[in-house]
Design a protein around this ligand. Structure first.
Ligand code: ADP
Length: 191
């Protein structure tokens, strides 16, 4: 099984590249952000709770997010592997994921960070906000708050995965195809 965690700040291109990885390596793509947005659209209790955090650019509480992720993994059987996009985002989520996978005799193969400069990301997100309708993409203060959340809570995961020798990063600046090529080279080298 190839289970891959995609890291990167908002706007780094995780979702875009996950689409490629999914097809190329025949994996199941799980994006916690997409799952929350689906719940918001369907006006579920979970969606209402998540929205109150997401609209401000804050992280949704760990317990809620971990339960959501585990339910989603459990719904997929006999797959080649998963791409985790936007999860884990905190140390507690990373530990939960390791324990959860261990119980299923699975593990993370690699975590890959897409690196890009904040100012480039702000421009990308504001542009996305014009068409996506995402409230969290339409205001620079909210975008910067998401970067702060990333720096405080998600960036420390680098050392967590480094300790397991599973952390990799690639340059996330360039055309979509260029970045896809870098990712493919890296993943091929892991197998
Ligand atoms: P982006 O990477 O552009 O921020 P996402 O769709 O991954 O977009 O996430 C959007 C929002 O969903 C986050 O700002 C956060 O509020 C919530 N979210 C997504 N994944 C998680 C997570 N693992 N833990 C907590 N909150 C999350």
């Amino acid at each position: 099984m190839i289970n891959i965690v995609l890291f990167g700040k908002p706007g780094a291109g995780k979702g875009t590249q996950a689409m490629f990885l999914k097809t190329n390596f025949n994996l199941v793509h799980i994006s916690t952000g997409d799952l929350f947005r689906k719940n918001i659209k369907n006006e579920t209790t979970l969606g209402k709770l998540a929205k109150s955090y997401m609209d401000k650019g804050d992280l949704v509480p760990d317990k809620v997010t971990i339960d959501l992720l585990e339910t989603e993994v459990d719904q997929n059987h006999q797959v080649n592997g998963f791409i985790f996009d936007g999860f884990p985002r905190t140390k507690s989520q990373a530990k939960s994921l390791d324990n959860f996978l261990l119980k299923k005799e699975m593990s993370i193969k690699a975590t890959i960070a897409l690196e890009a400069d904040d100012d480039v990301l702000v421009k990308r997100l504001l542009m996305r906000g014009e068409t996506s309708g995402r409230i969290d993409d339409q205001d620079e203060t909210k975008i910067r708050n998401r970067f702060d959340e990333y720096n405080q809570k998600t960036a420390p995961l680098k050392s967590y995965y480094d300790a397991q020798r599973k952390f990799h990063s690639i340059d996330g600046i360039g055309t979509v195809e260029e970045i896809t090529f870098r990712l493919k080279l890296l993943i091929d080298s892991l197998q």
